[in-house]
Design a protein around this ligand. Structure first.
Ligand code: 5GP
Ligand code: MN
Length: 377
């Protein structure tokens, strides 16, 4: 097999990756966006892991099969980082690329038509024996469904992620808990591979970055995040058009559904040692009544978490009878990833989740019981 060694279009002579100490800034950057860069590193990922990932990808022949996977119920960061990276691999000359996620092959409406979507296949069409598996935004094997069976089969498994709760289940783990999104890690690896950003890759990564930072509002929205956004925008993408499509376009029925779900919210000001908890729930019947798909519930945690009287916000979403996807958010007084991990899930300090069982009240009671033990202040 012929190793992939240069990029069509003649970037970075010989396809030489940039020095291991510079992940996105400085040096002979292939991205000419006019920014004056200072060296920066992504905390948590050892140089050896970067080098191993670069070597594994460079060792591939153009016809080797590469399977990309993101987490079940994919969000903007999962799909955006996976497809953006897949397009980067295509630029490197790799021809056998498939991208998938476990569960129903139902891409949420806002993410349909992302560049690279032609690479998306349902999970049963994933390569059976790929030369490389790349996994995006997945903190634990449990989020891979049946695709977990590919892990022992593939000679190399590279995990790109930013969850502090990541279990290190990959062969090569590029896990950066201080990164705002998995797309930050994906861009860093593309840079090390000498792949230049173009408008298609940038659109995917911008969708990923803006969704996981809540449009550049959340914790971890660092100067580096804004600099990355600037470089993405410099490729010619339109943040206004992308944001309207991703955040500000929902069916009429979704608005009516939101009104009902928010209208039934409950406030328990005494929970979490007096820091307060606000919560609400949405059932399958709610979705059916308004003819809506589950993705319309994803952003509903945002108005819930804005309640001033509560540090903790919980949204309980019915996946199937008696099974709930639970979203947890904190303003800082509680480490909700501790609560989520204790209940079999995972996530970040201020945003986490788990799968709950029983009634919504029972699920929320389980959360309440763990809050005082997860106080940070
Ligand atoms: P969201 O509430 O937006 O679905 O998820 C918030 C964060 O918690 C994300 O980082 C997501 O990966 C993580 N998360 C949500 N649900 C689960 C779960 O069931 N298991 C794990 N391990 N992480 C989850
Ligand atoms: Mn993410």
């Amino acid at each position: 097999m012929t190793a992939v060694s240069s990029i069509p279009g003649g970037m970075a002579p010989g396809g030489v990756p940039r020095p291991a100490s510079a992940w996105s800034f400085g040096g002979a950057a292939p991205v000419s966006d006019g920014l004056d860069r200072a060296p920066a590193v992504i905390g948590g990922v050892a140089d050896l892991e970067w080098a191993a990932a670069v070597d594994a990808i460079r060792a591939l022949g153009p016809d080797d099969e590469v399977q990309l996977i993101c987490h079940v119920n994919p969000d903007g960061d999962a799909l955006g980082s996976m497809l953006g990276f897949a397009l980067g691999l295509r630029r490197l000359g790799l021809t056998r690329l498939r991208a998938t996620f476990p569960g129903d092959f139902d891409v949420p409406e806002p993410y349909k038509g992302l560049p690279g979507s032609d690479l998306l296949v349902p999970e049963h069409e994933a390569y059976r024996a790929p030369a490389l598996v790349l996994i995006f935004d997945v903190a634990a094997e449990s989020r891979l469904g049946a695709l977990v069976e590919l892990l022992p089969v593939a000679p190399v498994v590279i995990v790109l992620d930013h969850h502090a709760s990541n279990t290190g289940f990959g062969g090569i783990n590029l896990v950066a808990p201080r990164a705002a999104a998995t797309s930050v890690v994906a861009e860093a690896l593309l840079t090390r591979l000498g792949v230049p950003l173009d408008a298609e890759i940038a659109e995917c990564l911008y969708v990923a970055l803006s969704t996981d930072t809540g449009s550049f509002k959340f914790d971890l929205t660092t100067p580096e995040v804004h600099e990355l956004a600037a470089r993405l925008i410099a490729t010619g993408i339109s943040p206004a058009e992308i944001s309207r499509r991703i955040f500000d376009t929902r069916p009429f029925g979704a608005m009516k559904l939101s009104g009902e779900v928010l209208g039934r919210a409950r406030l328990d000001a005494g929970a979490a040692g007096g820091r307060g908890l606000v919560w609400t729930w949405a059932t399958q019947a709610d979705l059916e009544r308004h003819a809506q798909k589950p993705y319309v519930l994803e952003s509903l945690i945002d108005p819930v978490r804005s309640v001033a009287e509560a540090d903790v916000a919980v949204l309980v979403k019915e996946m199937k009878a008696g099974e709930w996807a639970v979203s947890l958010r904190s303003k800082g007084a509680v480490d909700v990833s501790k609560v989520a991990v204790a209940l079999g899930g995972g996530g970040h300090r201020l945003a986490a989740g788990f799968t709950g069982h029983g009634s919504p009240e029972e699920v929320v009671q389980q959360v309440k019981d763990l809050l005082e033990g997860a106080l940070t202040q």
